[in-house]
Design a protein around this ligand. Sequence first.
Ligand code: UD1
Length: 418
Amino acid sequence: MDKYIINGGRRLEGQVRVQTAKNSVLPILAASVLTDEKVTVLNVPDITDVRNMVKILGCLGCRAVYRGDDVIVESSCANNCEIPRALAHELRSSVFLLGSVISRFRRAKIAYPGGCDIGLRPVDLHLTGLKRLGVKITESNGYIVCECERLTGNEIMLDCPSVGATENIMLAAVRAEGTTVIENAAREPEIEDLQNFLNSMGAKVRGAGSGTVVIEGVKRLGGSVYQPIADRIEAGTFLIAAAMCGGEVELCGANAENLSSLLHKLRENGCKIRIKNDKIYLRSERRPVSVKSIETQPYPGFPTDLQAQMTALCCVSSGNCIITENLFETRFKYVPELRRMGADITVVDRSAFVRGVEKLKGAVTVAHDLRGGAALVIAALAAEGDSEVLDISHIDRGYARFEYKLLSLGAGIKRVGV
Ligand code: UD1
């Protein structure tokens, strides 16, 4: 497995183009099974989650290929409704395929999904929602088996605003008979993006981005050429890195509105931020001042996917901060690794208490999940001396060309095969 060797303490300066959002591309690729016509998804990031999704589409009998930066899917030859265990374990988003595969074949069989080990990550809301549309669900030997004669629209109230459950139900409902209303739907920008993509195929979906999504079933969907939104989590990771290392960074192709909870915190930290069209400019000249508290919440609250990176920033800010993780139980696995670098953090239940230190020191750390891994990299960039971050395959799941982008900003980072 590859590792990063990082020489810390350098300012970050320059311009970075934000990648297309992983969390948009994955459900959009899953949705491509809903049509027999060609779907082209533009500027897809080269990350392992996407590569695994492309492999899964191949297993379903679709022709899914990369052409340059784009992914082209032709599903007219899809002939298999089973998602093999090995691939489902590689990629949690394989669960989104339930909605589209059941819609297409009236049957779907999928092993319980994998993904980051950041807590229980149940799929009960996905399954309850599908049942409300008429799907019969049985579970055996670690497989979820879904069957139905037909899909019928219904009203569905989610117990909590789950991103994946909202998207899965949308995918199952677009070609159902009648109208589906999802209440307490997740409001993440990627859900609105999925709506826009589905509508570009001829679907009738409205309300995404609010708590109520209405899907009027249509008989058929056509092809589409679609550019998904920018990756707000990748963008946020670069902004936090610049805040932590000091310097001036400009992000191009970003959407500041989708990042407002982070931008508020970074301004409180003392960073200068300017926004113009699709550009976000951040300047950080002195040691950041700690914000008092951060609580992860569903959108538009502070994203859980930036919690680890923000905790890293708090480690070198002046003052104390309490970071509370409300979405996933075990999302503090990176904390012992940051402690190896001299961070002063105590975790009690769902909260991390951080007392800022002047400097972190280089150390050897291990990435345990995608965002925790990114946090270790930016901590190492800001630390004094040399660090290693091991097991970076986790980071490759979500950040395309991560080290090249950091190198272009002047970071001292190199990938080494182990
Ligand atoms: C998506 C994102 C992930 C992000 C998360 C929260 C993708 C591919 N992944 O994950 O990057 O961290 O949103 O913003 O888009 N829950 C249940 N039962 C369910 C489903 C979820 O109890 O059936 C709970 C979860 O345990 C969690 C909360 O709901 O506490 C939110 O999870 P959810 O929004 O579903 O996250 P994902 O869709 O898995």
